[in-house]
Design a protein around this ligand. Sequence first.
Ligand SMILES: NC(=O)c1ccc[n+]([C@@H]2O[C@H](COP(=O)([O-])OP(=O)(O)OC[C@H]3O[C@@H](n4cnc5c(N)ncnc54)[C@H](O)[C@@H]3O)[C@@H](O)[C@H]2O)c1
Ligand SMILES: O=C(O)[C@H](O)[C@H](O)COP(=O)(O)O
Length: 347
Amino acid sequence: MKEIKILCVYDGYITKDIMSGMKELEKFGAHITMINDDQIKNVGDVTNRMLLLEQKGIAEAPTCRTLLENCSDKEILVVHCTSVNKEILEACSKLQAVVVLRGGIENVDSSELAKRQIPLMNASLRSADAVSDAAVGMMIAENKNIARSHHYMKEGRWVKSYINQRYIRNMNKCTVGLIGYGAIGSRVAKKLKGFESQILVYDPFVSKEQIEKDGVKVVELDQLLETSDFVSVHLRLSDKTKKFMGKREFAQMKKTAYFINTARAGLVDTEALTDALKNREIGGAAIDVFDQEPLPKGHPYLNLENVTLTSHLAGTSSDTPVVSVEIGVQKLKDYLTRMAEEDNEED
Ligand SMILES: NC(=O)c1ccc[n+]([C@@H]2O[C@H](COP(=O)([O-])OP(=O)(O)OC[C@H]3O[C@@H](n4cnc5c(N)ncnc54)[C@H](O)[C@@H]3O)[C@@H](O)[C@H]2O)c1
Ligand SMILES: O=C(O)[C@H](O)[C@H](O)COP(=O)(O)O
C-alpha cells in the first residue's frame, strides 16, 4: 500500500484526543502528523474565528504558522476552522485533498482548490442534531414561557399570567415555518413531526419533491412569514443571505409569532428585529447568535421581556466534535479506498 502523508490540525474545539480517531486511517496507508493551531486556544477563539471568516472572508484570516511550516510534503490536510488560505496552498505542492471537519467551508480557499482540481470534503451533518434540538427546544420554551418563568422565580416572583397565554397554541396546533432546508432545517422538521406541528418550508435550492417526501409543505416566503406561529431561520450566511430577515419580513409575520435564530446573526437586520420586538410587531424571539459575541453589556435585547437569549451554544454538545472526526475519517477511508482501486487499475 502506498504511504500517504496526512497533516491534522486540531484546535480548541477538535482536540488532540478527539483527532486521535484519525489513527484508524493508518490501516489505509496513512502516515499521520498532528499539530495544534497556534492561534486558537479555546472554544471562544474557535467561534470568533468562524465569525471573522464568515463576515470578512478567507483573505483576512490569519495563517497558522505551524501549519505553514509543516505542510510542504503533505498530501492531505485535515482542519477544523484553521484557515487553508492562498499562503498555505502555495506551500502545499503535493496536496491531493482537503478535509474540513465542519459543515461550513469558509476557512478554505475553495476556488483555488477547484482550479487545482483538488477535492474538498466536509462534515456537513456534524452539529445538525445539536442545533435542531436547540431550535425545537427554543420553540417549546417560548410556547411554555420556560425561560421567563424561571427568571421570575429566581427573583422570588410567582407569575401565572403571560401575554402569550391568550393566543399561544399547543405545538400540534402550531404552524412552523423553516427558512432553509439543509442539514439543520430538515432535522428540525423531522423532530417537529413528533409534535404533529404543521411544517412549511422555503428553500428554492432544494427540489419540492425532495422536501415534500418528508411530509412537509413547500411554500413561497410570503406565505411562510404570514402564516407561521414560529419562523426559524436555517440559512448559511453569505453575501446573498445577509440581512435576509429585515423590516419588511418582520412586518409580514403574525403579531403573535416567534422568530427563532440558531443560525447566524448576520442573516438578520438586528435593528429591525429589535424594533419589531419592542413595538410588539411580533410575539417574541429566541436567539443564540449575535453580531458581537459575547453580547455587549447594554445591548437592547437584554431589556426586552419577549426575547430569550442563549450564548451561542446551539451547536455545542459533547457529540459534535466526535461526530466531526467520525465523518472525516469515513470520508477519508472512502477516498483512500477509491485512490487505491484507481492505482490498481492503472498497474
Ligand atoms: N448556533 C450554532 O451553534 C450553530 C452551529 C452549527 C451551525 N450553525 C448555523 O446553522 C445554519 C444552517 O446550517 P446547515 O448546516 O443547516 O447549513 P446547510 O448548508 O446544510 O443548509 C442551508 C440551506 O439553506 C438553503 N438556502 C440557501 N440560500 C437560501 C435562500 N436565499 N433562501 C432559502 N434557502 C436558502 C440551502 O439550499 C440549504 O439547503 C448556518 O448558518 C450555520 O452556520 C449554527
Ligand atoms: O458554533 C457554531 O456556530 C458552529 O460550531 C460553527 O460556527 C459552524 O459549524 P458548521 O455548521 O460549519 O459545522
